[in-house]
Structures are given as structure tokens and as C-alpha cells.
Design a protein around this ligand. Structure first.
Ligand code: 8YV
Length: 326
């Protein structure tokens, strides 16, 4: 039987109900409620989303075979603790790559061309006719895009950016280095260039974050890093909010340390750092990177396939961890 913490699109629910009993909670559970449900022994698999905190104490008491996360990211789950307690974890990679890269590109273009300010001006009735210097932005063609991370979504963003004539640099595992071989570069060989993280920070006109959230990447972009960016640089985040020290970012945007930010994720969603929403040089989105009808259906299907496989004692199609064989 399956516990679904937040209703997912139909294709997923259908697959689950074909395989067993499904309980969909009427509203997202708080930590205590989720912990009690997981410990009840009534469910084989719990289907979670980003906001469900599955930490070590909860997993220690949980009597479930698996956790299927409705997301590619799994920073809400202590995977090591899950493995220790014999709990399988699954995620939904691949299906949201292009949609999320689209949002990264949208934020690059939207910040460069001041789309929020422009839209507001029209709606406020302040568009009084064409002017030669109305809302001048900047060109993305010729600008340097720095990718922090070089996984699926970073590569899909690189593909788009190259199409827009940007120069693309990347650092695959900031703040540390990991040399990427010519083979690994694949279609990008000769088109993008790996540089050390420090150089990426200093050279990017647009610095776009594509790293998972973990102990190494929490506050990867802090006041010190922001201080080393170009004063006309723009920060793009479609990854996870806590990768950025958001108060430091708000301060940097206010005092001109950097020029702008395009954010789809926040440090403490849905709350925003003080002052962020009042700044004109930001484009702010409510975590919609994967929010298309088709993508969310696919995510639902994959997360259900993972859940059903785990419930039936099989390896899920998209495992995050592996259990040692008894
Ligand atoms: C989800 C995401 O919308 O997949 C991820 O990692 O951030 C988004 O696609 C969100 O995490 C819901 O769980």
C-alpha cells in the first residue's frame, strides 16, 4: 500500500491504484504527522515531494520499504540514513531536464532584458510611446555564461545558451574541481570550456547554478563569492535556494555588488529574504522549473513506477541508493 503526501497527476495515481491501496493526504503533512504515518507500519512506500523532510530520526522509526521522491533532487531525504535502515529511495531524473533548462534560459533573458520592469510599466499605463532609451537591457549574445555544475540540466542550458551566441564556461563540481575528459564533453567538445570555480565566479556575466544541495554546496554563493563577481553580473538559480546565502544576495543586489538575479528557488520557500521582492533588478518565480503539464505527468509516472517496484520487492527503475544484499 502507498502513502502519497501530496496528490500527483493522474497517470501516477492510476499506476499506484492498479498495484495496491493508495492513501492521498488531503494536505501536505507536517513533520510529526509524516513521522507517525511512516512509523505506523501501514504503508510499503511513501511518495514524497520536496517539502517532506525525511531525516535520520524519522527514517530510523519508519516501517516502510521505500521512499519515492516526486523530484529529481532528493536533499529532503537523508539517503545515507535510509540505506542504513534498509529503505530504498527513488527519484525522477531526465524528464524535467529540458523544462528546467528552459526556465534557466528564461531567467537569463528575463533579467538581461528587464522583462518584469517592462511588463509592469505597460500594465501601470506608463508606456507613453516608443522612446530610444526606454528600458535598455543587455545583450546575451557574446556574454559569458558560467555554469556551476555540468550535469543534465547544466548541459541542456549550455545547448540553449550556445544557440543564443553566448560563450559558455563551466565548473563541474564547485567549489572543488573534477577534470572533465574530452569524451565526457561529448557534443560540447570545443564549444564550452572548463575553468576553476574561482575563475568562473570572476568571469561570468551570468552565473547559473546547477548543483545538487548538499553539505558541500550549501551557501556555495555567499557574500565573499558575490563580492568576487563582476559588478554587472547576474546570478541565476534554478537548483536549490540554500545554495545561495539569500540575505547576502539581497544585500549585494541593493548595494550594486552585482547587477541582478533570476531566481526560481529560495532559501526558505515560500518565504523570501527581506527586501528581495522590492528590488527591481530581480526576476522571481515560484519554483516552476518542472511545471509543464507533460513534465509533471512524466514525473508522476516515474515516481509511481519507482514506488510500485519497491513495494513489489524489485529494484526501482530510478534508484538513488542500493541496499547491501542480505
Ligand atoms: C519539483 C524539483 O517540482 O525535481 C526537482 O528536484 O525541484 C521540482 O521538479 C519539486 O521538487 C517537487 O517535489
Amino acid at each position: 500500500s502507498f502513502l502519497v503526501t501530496t496528490a500527483i497527476p493522474d497517470p501516477g495515481l492510476q499506476l499506484l491504484s492498479d498495484a495496491g491501496r493508495v492513501t492521498v493526504l488531503p494536505e501536505p503533512p507536517d513533520y510529526g504527522t509524516l513521522a507517525a504515518l511512516c512509523a505506523s507500519g501501514e504503508y510499503d512506500v511513501v511518495l514524497t515531494q520536496l517539502r517532506d523532510v525525511m531525516d535520520a530520526p524519522l527514517l530510523a522509526d519508519a516501517r516502510v520499504k521505500g521512499v519515492s521522491n516526486f523530484a529529481v533532487g532528493y536533499n529532503n531525504i537523508d539517503v545515507e540514513a535510509a540505506t542504513r535502515h534498509g529503505i530504498l529511495v527513488g527519484n525522477t531524473p531526465g524528464v524535467l531536464t529540458d523544462a528546467t533548462a528552459d526556465i534557466a534560459m528564461l531567467l537569463i533573458l528575463g533579467t538581461a532584458r528587464r522583462v518584469v520592469e517592462a511588463d509592469r510599466l505597460v500594465r501601470d499605463g506608463k508606456f507613453l510611446g516608443w522612446e530610444p532609451e526606454l528600458l535598455l537591457g543587455r545583450d546575451v549574445s557574446g556574454a559569458v555564461l558560467g555554469l556551476a555544475g555540468f550535469g543534465r540540466i547544466a548541459r541542456a542550458t549550455a545547448r540553449r545558451a550556445l544557440g543564443f551566441g553566448m560563450e559558455v564556461l563551466f565548473s563541474p563540481r564547485p567549489p572543488g574541481d573534477r577534470p572533465v575528459s574530452y569524451q565526457e564533453l561529448g557534443e560540447f567538445a570545443g564549444k564550452v570550456r572548463q575553468v576553476p570555480w574561482n575563475e568562473l565566479v570572476a568571469r561570468s556575466d551570468f552565473l547559473s547554478l546547477h548543483v545538487p544541495l548538499n553539505d558541500q554546496t550549501r551557501h556555495l554563493v555567499d557574500a565573499e563569492v558575490l563580492g568576487r563577481m563582476k559588478p554587472d553580473a547576474i546570478l541565476i538559480n534554478t537548483a536549490r535556494g540554500p545554495v545561495v546565502d539569500e540575505s547576502a544576495l539581497a544585500e549585494s543586489l541593493r548595494n550594486g555588488t552585482i547587477a541582478g538575479a533570476g531566481l526560481d528557488v529560495f532559501e526558505d520557500e515560500p518565504r523570501l529574504a527581506a527586501g528581495l521582492a522590492e528590488l527591481p533588478n530581480t526576476v522571481l518565480l515560484p519554483h516552476v522549473g518542472s511545471a509543464t503539464v507533460a513534465v509533471r505527468s512524466e514525473m508522476a509516472r516515474l515516481s509511481a513506477l519507482n514506488a510500485v517496484a519497491i513495494a513489489e520487492g524489485r529494484t526501482p527503475p530510478h534508484p538513488v541508493n542500493h541496499l547491501a544484499r542480505a
